[in-house]
Design a protein around this ligand. Structure first.
Ligand SMILES: [Cu+2]
Length: 455
């Protein structure tokens, strides 16, 4: 296929994506506005906006248009075309990341984002990444899972000289694979500072069955002491757990239309493995970090173990309306560190009374701020029961502090049930789904306006 024709089809695919409102937004709230259109895009049935070729020559089919993945709370990395090459600009730098309404950490990432922005390409693409190091130390980028020439593999000293602070470096390779990959620093401690991002390669020929929604989640863990903002990268115990750089309830819910097919791509960069569990539905694992898995290997499950350095892709039919949880099931990963909120106050793990806990929470609520809702009831004789308290007094409902279009209509104090590695798939019937998309769209527009006025 000629480069020009190939680019034509790619541009058409991107045009189609933008046309249907699938383009990324900084707030990460972009959603598929019309699953039928999305399905048509993924199946390659989308009509080119430029019309059909006029002559009767046999046109070799270009790559199928694709449905871009949405990474909640993260943006996509834009690219420019240079001849037939997709050119991305990636900058490694320190990043302030708000992981919870009351906790901002000093992480490292890319282009002002931690994790880094999502790179999306298509199988067969020639890709150039112009990389700049704005860190105070040397670094390099490894393309995790991609079969690239050895000099592009990003291991310092083995494949290339380390990229010194202030230096630029150019990576270039052809992506012949499809699947869910990542890019990351090849320094272990830099990885633990957050230096990872998605690298998704959409297949040249669409997956079957096609998905209507495609979401990505990056799993990370952090050890950050109270009153501190710098992660301890040598720690073996972690007090903050994040999806895409946010802890529940600050993670943006995923929105799906009732009756659609939903794909979740999950990648893990940390010290622990995470069993990711979906409520109320069964899914099948359709891919790994090595690409698409043959359908003969699919079987029903609802918990998938995502090991360190692995990618797991699961898909399910969203046939039950409701607000379904997606969360890591390690008990300690279903919590946030309360130490930051309590700061210099002693945490009482016994003999805590309803009144004392309430007073403490109300003080906290003023500082964040959020409207405090009375925590779940406890028994009058609670303190005489060995083992008490366990989950009592752990709730920190803060609906106001984490409100966004995607949380609209959730039950009051919903956020009290969300901690650590937890998010939601909200499966909405047509009317509610359309209203939600409208809400997200207008909020996005308002934010963009605000941004351009501010700059
Ligand atoms: Cu976990």
């Amino acid at each position: 296929m000629s480069g020009t024709r190939r680019r034509f089809f790619q541009d058409a695919a991107f045009f189609g994506a933008g046309f249907f409102g699938l383009a990324e937004t900084l707030r990460g709230g972009a959603q598929v506005s019309d699953p039928q259109a999305a399905r048509a895009i993924e199946q390659g049935r989308h009509h080119s906006p430029y019309g059909k070729p006029k002559n009767k020559e046999v046109v070799p089919a270009g790559p199928d248009p694709f449905l871009p993945m949405v990474t909640p709370d993260l943006a996509d990395l834009p690219h420019e075309m240079d001849g037939g090459v997709k050119v991305f600009k990636l900058v490694a730098e320190p990043v302030k990341r708000k992981i919870a309404p009351f906790k901002t950490i000093d992480a490292w990432g890319y282009n002002g984002s931690c994790p880094g922005p999502t790179i999306q390409v298509q199988q067969g693409d020639r890709v150039r990444v112009v990389f700049e190091n704005k860190l105070p130390e040397s670094t390099s980028i490894h393309w995790h899972g991609l079969e690239v020439p050895i000099e592009q593999d990003g291991v310092p000293w083995i494949c290339q000289k380390p990229i010194a602070p202030g230096e630029k470096y150019v990576y270039e390779f052809t992506v012949h694979q499809e699947g869910t990959f990542f890019y990351h620093s090849h320094g272990a401690m830099q990885e633990m500072m957050g230096m990872i991002g998605f690298f998704v390669s959409h297949p040249e020929r669409s997956y079957k069955p096609s998905a209507d929604h495609d979401f990505g989640m990056i799993l990370q863990e952090w050890a950050v002491l109270p009153n501190n903002s710098v992660p301890n990268t040598a720690a073996m115990e972690f007090n903050w757990l994040t999806f895409n750089g946010a802890s529940a309830p600050a993670i943006t819910p995923m929105i799906a239309r009732l009756g659609s097919r939903v794909r979740l791509r999950i990648i893990n960069m940390g010290m622990d493995h995470h069993p990711i569990h979906l409520h109320g539905n069964q899914f099948v694992m359709t891919g790994t970090e090595g690409g698409r898995a043959p359908e003969s290997t699919w079987y029903p499950m609802n918990t998938v173990l995502v090991g360190v350095a692995q990618a797991r892709v699961v898909e399910f039919e969203a046939k039950y309306p409701g607000t379904w949880m997606v969360h890591c099931h390690l008990p300690h990963h279903m919590m946030n560190s309360m130490m930051d909120l309590l700061k210099d106050r002693a945490i009482e793990t016994a003999n805590t009374t309803d009144a004392k806990a309430l007073a403490q929470m109300e003080t906290l609520a003023k500082s964040v701020p959020f409207e405090h809702v009375h925590h779940s009831p406890i028994a009058e004789n609670a303190n005489s029961v060995p083992g008490f308290p366990q989950d009592a007094f752990m709730e920190m409902g803060m609906d106001d502090a984490v409100e966004k279009p995607e949380t609209h209509g959730l039950p009051k104090n919903w956020s009290a049930g969300m901690m650590g590695m937890m998010t939601l798939v909200r499966v909405l019937p047509d009317k509610a789904y359309d209203e939600m998309m409208q809400r997200i769209k207008s909020a996005g527009t308002a934010e963009q306006k605000e941004h351009s006025h501010g700059s």
